[in-house]
Design a protein around this ligand. Structure first.
Ligand code: SF4
Length: 470
């Protein structure tokens, strides 16, 4: 049963916020280290919002902070090892500065057995909490800071939805908006359903009010977030679908809408039509394929075949010819033969992606795939991923070159990292474009003519006439 956090529960947290502000010797500064996906990045914005409401200010580095919080990811083994390595490094700082408070939260803490591991093997961690009780940060940190005692809080049942938390957004122009939490799909390699719980869709009214406020604040682009946005609304009354939510979000007047991530099995014709008919929905679709082999897709529990996937990709291209498709691909899934891998290469050839995130399969304890026979030797996986990357690079080069001479609308977000006279931003296809400009361009949507293509980015020239909807 999904349960929305009650007004009383929020008021209780607000009481801790006020009490913390007056707590003698409390931490004054914080630093959050974020690992993993956009969902985690947005969770960190909420955690920062709560910490600032508690009267703390952001420290630029871990070394300068009174409270360091690691918002962890556990999707791959190396993400977990990196987080634990970085937390352990802080132990040395704590020896010099014992008042330092060290916190760990996010998906890794939610893993089975991790709370005990933290209690027994990481005695220098002061505060650990899972994804289900992030909204209790004011209370948990108050307890850790007041008595200087260790606080570990992990709720097994993840059925709550917290609305009304303060958010400290990283960018004034772009904003993450979570539309749903959790996942019901249980892909056999994936730990997300175990650490993020079952699907919980936010009420459309809450989402749309958040988007309307962002429009009033001058935000130019929103990214609607969920593990599988295509199944948005299934458990809600009123016939809500993701397509309907997109149409309603577009009515708020937000100039650009993106979303992440979509499961191919739930990509409906209604959604494709909505994208085609809604200009503010950007021309980029991330459609994770994971494999091109039907045998491996079945073992992954993905519920589609390569043919079905291609059908969805072609339907998208037919309805929205200028759409850029990107994907996620895993190599070295248990039992993957050379022929299976060649099916993945064939899929890459057929779909002609703009780009692809490629991964070597990483077994996660507790998932069905981790105990499958025929785990692939690392050297075989390494050789395959190398070939896959090379194959995709050719498509990326071809697709970027095809954009030379076109006019793209770019949301300018920063100076180019390599050249301070150049500005950078992304076009609707989600490809970075650099062009000569000034600081005054930041936060604007500008028309840019593409003049050349690099390996992964484009170079352009600003056009005189500016976008009308700015
Ligand atoms: S759809 Fe599959 S890969 Fe994506 S979060 Fe759910 S279980 Fe994991």
């Amino acid at each position: 049963m999904i349960r929305k956090i009650t007004e009383e529960e929020l008021l209780a947290q607000q009481a801790y916020v006020r009490a913390f502000r007056h707590l003698p010797g409390r931490p004054e500064t914080y630093h959050i280290v974020t690992y993993g996906c956009q969902m985690n990045a947005h969770d960190s914005e909420k955690l920062a919002g709560m910490l600032e409401a508690m009267g703390m200010t952001a420290a630029p580095t871990r070394e300068e902070a009174d409270f360091v919080l690691h918002n962890t990811c556990c999707i791959r083994d190396n993400a977990e090892r990196k987080a634990l390595g970085n937390v352990t490094w802080l132990k040395e700082i704590k020896k010099i500065r014992p008042s330092l408070l060290i916190g760990v939260c996010g998906c890794m803490v939610q893993e089975k057995g991790m709370a005990e591991k933290i209690l027994n093997q990481y005695p220098f961690i002061d505060l650990a909490f899972g994804t289900g009780n992030q909204y209790k940060l004011p209370e948990l940190l108050y307890r850790a800071a007041e008595k200087r005692e260790r606080v570990v809080a992990v709720e097994e049942e993840q059925s709550t939805l917290a609305e009304g938390l303060p958010i400290r957004r990283e960018s004034p122009w772009q904003a993450y908006v979570t539309i749903m939490y959790g996942c019901n799909n249980f892909c056999t390699y994936c730990i997300v359903p175990y650490v993020r719980g079952r699907e919980r869709s936010r009420e459309p009214g809450d989402i749309l009010r958040e988007v309307e406020q962002l429009v009033r604040d001058g935000t130019k682009e929103i990214m609607l977030l969920g593990q599988n946005v295509n199944s948005y609304g299934r458990e809600l009354a009123g016939g809500w679908t993701f397509a309907k939510l997109l149409r309603e979000a577009a009515k708020t007047g937000i100039p650009r809408i993106r979303f992440m991530t979509s499961h191919p099995k739930d990509l409906t014709d209604e959604l494709i039509e909505t994208i085609a008919q809604t200009p503010s929905v950007q021309r980029h679709f991330h459609l994770p394929a994971q494999s091109g082999s039907d045998r491996i897709l079945k073992a992954m529990n993905r519920h589609y075949t390569a043919e079905k996937y291609l059908d969805r990709a072609e339907a998208l291209r037919a309805a929205v010819p200028d759409i850029g498709l990107t994907t996620d691909l895993i190599v070295g899934f248990p039992g993957e033969t050379e022929a299976d891998f060649e099916d993945t290469l064939a899929l890459v050839e057929k779909v002609d992606y703009d780009s692809a995130f490629t991964f070597i399969y990483s077994p996660r304890v507790g998932t069905p795939a981790a105990s499958l026979p025929d785990q692939i030797p690392p050297e075989v996986s390494a050789e395959r991923i190398d070939r896959l990357i090379k194959a995709q690079e050719q498509h990326t080069e071809k697709r970027l070159n095809a954009l030379i001479g076109t006019r793209q609308e770019v949301l300018v977000t920063d100076f180019s990292r390599r050249d301070e006279t150049m500005m950078t931003g992304k076009c609707g296809r989600n490809i970075s474009i650099n062009f000569r400009g000034t600081k005054a361009d930041i936060g604007r949507i500008l028309p840019v003519r593409v003049v050349s293509a690099g390996r992964t980015t484009l170079r352009g020239e600003k056009e005189i006439q500016e976008a009308s909807h700015e």
